[in-house]
Design a protein. Structure first.
Lengths: 135, 135, 135, 135
């Protein structure tokens, strides 16, 4: 992540974050951003009858990853139950999207990279969910 | 909902929807659309130090309601586990946003209407979650 | 548009709207919402090699129509030059998306309805652009 | 930008990009991503009566920057007139948002960084608009 973004996150009001693990959250924000970009490109590259499910899932992946990322960037309205449920939705969508993309990973470079970005995002979300503030 | 939208939803491939209750889904799509619009306007109208939490929650409500709405409009990539988790995230965010907006409903007409739209969306999501295809 | 949304728009601070034609703006908001939904469903239904351009354009149409719609719902930050440029971008994307969808309108009901929704949105944006406050 | 994203962009179908300057486009995508994140955090941090216009503009900046970024990531539906109009809308919104944020930059670190990110995005959009393929 860009150093300017790091500075912005450091200037977030810590008291609003209710003990959230800021390092885990920064990694999760970056992973969501990457997955959102990868899925945008993967959805676009999916051509042919057999790729309709992949394209559709990737397009929803973009929406879910973007919403999850932005929620983490809004300390003023942080609500633990909503954040937790959204991270869980991001995990489910990430797993489903990765599984679909992996089916085409041998033939399609965009699918291979999208699956990788989804896997990294799922891991980052699960790490954040496992942290004490989210338990 | 506009009659054209009704026609579009009727032309969705039913076999991809895996037995989902299409009437409950249409109501949920419309409720998410309304909540997204109401929260967009409520977030914008929130001025003053005491409204920062309300504005922040409403802005996240827009993202979550929009992502949930669009997922329902994509039969090709419908995945039950992801859809279910997203509806649950929408319920949590909707409850939190409504509770916050209700605290200002006496003084602020936008907050009163946003709370009402969130409540209707939560009810529509819960109805869809309770339907047989999502159980 | 739902009566509640009408009420919300009526409670917008008129002094912030800098003389904008509120009736034309309400019609434009609704037209953008419809086009965004129609394009979401059209992009999802596009399967097969020949539909990749259509699906890609519809997906961008969703983003552009949604951003345009939301800008109109934010009186507090209304900036004429930005609003004008965004409406013009929405017109260009709407024309391009409609032209592409019309090429498949005979075979594909979703394309036919998406083209119709885009045409209505383009007309609503052009009407708003032609109003005195935007000139 | 992450090296994986670089790889994904390199695997974009160059023939669809109609001679677009891929280096300028990559820089523009990254600048839009940064401005979108900075504006998300700036909008959230804006509290107090005098910051309502700043928060509103930043929230629209997020929508415009995100839509512009994603359009560049979709080679399949690339349309020069739409892309050009969207880049111009992004420039207008970026200039307006930066000007507003600069008014609070002395007191507010988030505003200072958001203005900087908007300026960088405006420069990147203008560079891309000036390239031969967009002329």
């Amino acid at each position: 992540m860009d150093s300017m973004m790091m500075d912005m996150m450091k200037s977030m009001p810590a008291d609003k974050m209710r003990g959230m693990d800021m390092t885990a959250m920064q990694e999760c924000i970056e992973a969501c951003s990457m997955a959102s970009m990868a899925a945008t490109m993967c959805a676009d590259s999916d051509t042919g009858m057999d790729m309709a499910r992949c394209s559709s899932m990737c397009t929803s992946m973009v929406d879910v990853a973007t919403a999850t990322m932005r929620m983490m960037m809004r300390p003023m309205g942080m609500d633990q139950a909503s954040m937790r449920a959204m991270l869980m939705a991001c995990v489910e969508m990430g797993k489903a999207c990765s599984a679909e993309c992996m089916m085409h990973a041998d033939m399609d470079e965009q699918c291979r990279m999208c699956a990788k970005a989804c896997d990294a995002m799922v891991a980052a979300c699960e790490k954040l969910l496992a942290s004490s503030a989210m338990a």
